[in-house]
Design a protein around this ligand. Structure first.
Ligand code: FES
Length: 123
């Protein structure tokens, strides 16, 4: 299986890894296909996601897509972030091996879950 240079870069040096004690929204999802887990934390101000962190217990593709997804979303509005698809993230990484596409869903879903959590806390 071949990974692109960008996938390898984000896997070896993932951006925005960590956790937040004071997040405005937290999302956690599991991948039913493999049992891997991802958790996303967001900070929001004036409808803009100005900080984001993630933790993934997952494979190289899950780590790389999570890293790229957080980079793409930082500084975006809630609405823009909700439009991010796992396909767009995979494209930004110059593609993923087809058998690994399911791993990229984790990032998209965890981000959506974090935004849901943020919205429900807003009431
Ligand atoms: Fe589980 Fe990739 S194998 S997320």
């Amino acid at each position: 299986m071949e990974y692109s240079d960008k996938v390898m870069d984000h896997f070896m040096n993932p951006r925005n890894v960590g956790k937040m004690d004071d997040a405005d929204g937290v999302g956690e999802v599991g991948n039913p296909k493999c049992g891997d887990i991802m958790k996303v934390y967001i900070k929001v101000k004036d409808n803009v996601i100005y900080d984001i962190k993630f933790n993934t217990f997952g494979c190289a593709s899950a780590i790389a897509t999570s890293s790229m997804a957080t980079e793409l979303i930082k500084g975006k509005t809630i609405e823009e972030a909700l439009e991010l698809t796992n396909k767009a993230v995979a494209e930004a990484l110059d593609g993923l091996p087809p058998v690994k596409m399911h791993c990229s869903v984790l990032a998209e879903e965890a981000i959506k879950a974090a935004i849901d959590d943020y919205k429900s806390k807003q009431g």
